[in-house]
Write a new protein. Structure first.
Length: 275
């Protein structure tokens, strides 16, 4: 059955998702997106610059702290529950290969766009963690969306370098094509999004893929958010085949940044709010 193309005014999440286990190995980030349409049909929003605020603690993140810093479904709107597994579109769409011919002689941009897709699939868009990391996931049964959420330690210099690279992707990868494992063409757009003013530095993106999935027209929309707190960061993706619920992205960023900062200060985060 055909699905209508994604529209920024009506952001609704994806198909049912699989179950992720909270583990002591991952990273956290993603951004809420307030986007608008431009004259060419693409979507543009103000860039999300690196924040310059008082420095955060640089204590080493322990395995227990990483788990404690993870948000729970109580930190999200009431429709979110613990995930039951990875969504089928992750393999079908995020494992696509960039059509380098579409970049002409700009092979570096093609490589960056492939690195974006690979990083989203492997959940390592910020690169491999230097130390401990923890991951969890949630399903939005009302809107068929999925959120993957991670917390990890990378080192401040490396995080700033990676966030600066992520900030270049809306220009390098504004519009490009990729081919999925079944040979279907995916038309991809990447725009910057604004995140809540949390953490020491942050970057948000929204990725939209229009094409085919299992022979049916499909549109995947993903919020992507990363927030640095000292030497650590949270990273998240949120969305699916019915859109991305950006309010949930913003709420995850706000609650998650607060929890991570308190953990790094040696404090016990307050109980998650009831949704």
């Amino acid at each position: 059955m055909n699905r209508p193309p994604y529209r920024p005014a009506s952001v609704r999440p994806p198909s049912p998702v699989p179950r992720l286990l909270v583990c002591a190995l991952a990273v956290g980030v993603l951004g809420s997106a307030a986007a608008c349409s431009n004259d060419g049909g693409g979507r543009t929003v103000p860039a999300s610059p690196l924040a310059k605020v008082a420095p955060s603690p640089t204590a080493t993140l322990t395995e227990a702290q990483a788990r404690t810093a993870l948000i729970t479904n109580a930190d999200l709107p009431s429709q979110w529950t613990g995930t039951s597994g990875a969504a089928t579109w992750r393999d079908g769409l995020l494992k696509s290969k960039v059509d380098a011919a579409g970049f002409g002689t700009d092979k570096n941009a093609a490589a960056d766009c492939q690195k974006l897709l690979d990083g989203l699939y492997a959940e390592e868009l910020l690169g491999p963690a230097k130390g401990t990391k923890a991951v969890t996931g949630f399903d939005d049964s009302n809107n068929q969306a999925q959120m993957h959420y991670q917390v990890a330690e990378y080192g401040q210099a490396e995080l700033n370098r990676q966030l600066a690279w992520v900030a270049t992707l809306p220009q390098k990868c504004a519009e490009f094509t990729a081919v999925d494992g079944q040979g279907g063409q995916q038309n991809i757009q990447v725009v910057s999004t604004q995140l809540p003013a949390e953490g020491d530095a942050r970057q948000g993106l929204m990725l939209t893929m229009n094409g085919q999935l299992d022979g049916e027209p499909s549109t995947l929309t993903l919020d992507i958010a990363a927030v640095r707190v000292g030497d650590s960061a949270l990273f998240l993706t949120n969305g699916g085949l019915d859109g991305a619920e950006s309010d949930s992205t913003a709420q995850a960023v706000q609650q998650g940044t607060s929890r991570l900062r308190q953990v790094l200060e040696g404090k016990t985060p307050a109980a998650s709010p009831t949704n």
